[in-house]
Ligand binder design. Structure first.
Ligand code: LCS
Length: 393
């Protein structure tokens, strides 16, 4: 079926795979490392790029390709590159688009290891960086240098839930000959399409909403233009961080229900966020669907829904946080997010422990901050679970 002009839910299920000679309904797992050439001439033609086909799974694989074509359509992009993990997607993009002497600007409250990659690893190769509050356009403007090549935005950000004006930052970046890369993990293409807003590249930790079932780690990069894909794909191949066919099969299965999972989880999330906002043990709540969120109006403009990630600060600080995390029974105390199961974690001691306390605080990640990824369990079970846990705080 040609899905180009079909709706999002139809694309989720049908885009990227057009069947084969067996009549299979689902994408088969092409569990092979290598592909036979018909003869020497065929092998040489494939290597020379004169003929299309498969050579070796690190370079390309039909199951992985089906996922790449599906997500490229979902994000309204031209091409996609699947990777072994979300961080594999982040590092592939940076290694492709930055060289020694270049400078990049990033949202300060990005996923901790994405920041660590830049500050601890890329810095060894002469890449410099400025981590700023990208929800403030003035801060982005002030961070540009003559050698800036890339702006990297996570919106909403993990875990401060900052929302950045993607269209405005795209304009700023392009006016200075820079590319804009957006990590769309927290929103998913169901709620936000950064390429439509002006970004050049969008990436995901597929581990989260796209797969949705907490059973694989994966990543993906989608480019607006074919030329950018041509710059980025060889880096994935050279550094060997390809997605494997079994991962791709599971993502394709998870993706089919993305829209209904996100709908149900955000229905739960708004109820929980509103209730937490009135709770005596809670200092404040950051959920982009709440009127109290500083960028709520912007989120309404650039997203078609508010998702299911909530951060909240407990009145009792870190000790209260520990007690709540030890007391929950329906939510699971674990990192990661975006799955059908509700997860709770403490960024300061877990996902963002690699950042200095000063950098964490500047990025709005206090010691008492709790991150709650709302799943699709029964709302009454989630709320009574959180209530009994909060009583122990
Ligand atoms: N980008 C964002 C926004 C993320 O939240 C994560 C992982 C990554 C990239 C990296 O993806 P991965 O390699 O893990 O697939 N975030 C995690 C988190 O908040 N808890 O555990 C992992």
């Amino acid at each position: 079926m040609d899905t180009k002009n079909k709706g999002f839910a139809t694309k989720l299920i049908h885009a990227g795979f057009h069947g084969d000679h067996t009549g299979t309904v689902n994408v088969p797992i092409y569990q092979t490392s290598t592909f036979a050439f018909r003869n020497a001439e065929h092998g040489a033609a494939l290597f020379a790029g004169k003929e299309e086909g498969y050579i070796y799974t690190r370079i390309a694989n039909p199951t992985v390709k089906a996922f790449e074509e599906n997500i490229a359509e979902l994000e309204n992009g031209s091409h996609a590159i699947a990777t072994s993990s979300g961080l594999g997607a982040v590092s592939t993009v940076f290694l492709a688009l930055l060289s020694g002497g270049d400078h990049m600007i990033s949202t300060d409250s990005v996923y901790g290891p994405s920041r660590g990659l830049v500050e601890k690893q890329l810095s060894r190769f002469g890449v410099t960086s400025s981590f700023v509050n990208t929800s403030k356009l003035e801060a982005v403007k002030a961070a540009f240098r003559p050698e800036t090549k890339l702006v990297y935005v996570e919106s909403p950000s993990n875990p401060a839930m900052l929302v950045t004006d993607i269209a405005a930052v795209a304009e700023l970046a392009h006016s200075r000959n820079c590319l804009l890369v957006v990590d769309n993990t927290f929103a998913s293409p169901y709620l936000q399409k950064p390429l439509d807003l002006g970004a050049d590249v969008v990436l995901h930790s597929v581990t989260k909403f796209l797969n949705g079932h907490a059973d694989i780690v994966g990543g993906v990069i989608v480019t607006k233009e074919r030329d950018l894909c041509k710059r980025i794909r060889p880096i994935m191949v050279n550094f060997g961080c390809n997605m494997d066919p079994h991962q791709a099969f599971l993502v394709l299965r998870g993706l089919k229900t993305l829209s209904i999972r996100v709908e149900r989880a955000q229905e739960n999330a708004i109820k929980i966020a509103r209730w937490l906002e009135t709770h005596p043990k809670v200092e404040w709540v950051r959920y982009v669907g709440l009127e109290s969120h500083p960028q709520h109006e912007l989120a309404k403009k650039q997203m078609s829904g508010f998702g299911s990630m909530i951060s909240f600060e407990l009145k009792g600080g870190i000790e209260a946080g520990r007690k709540v995390m030890d007391a929950v029974k329906v939510a699971t105390l674990a990192v990661s997010l975006g799955g059908v199961e509700t997860l709770i974690q403490h960024p300061a001691s877990m996902t963002h422990a690699g950042m200095s306390k000063e950098a964490r605080e500047a990025a709005g990640i206090g010691d008492g901050l709790v991150r709650y990824s709302v799943g699709i369990e029964d709302i009454n079970d989630l709320m009574s679970d959180l209530e009994q846990a909060l009583q122990k705080a």
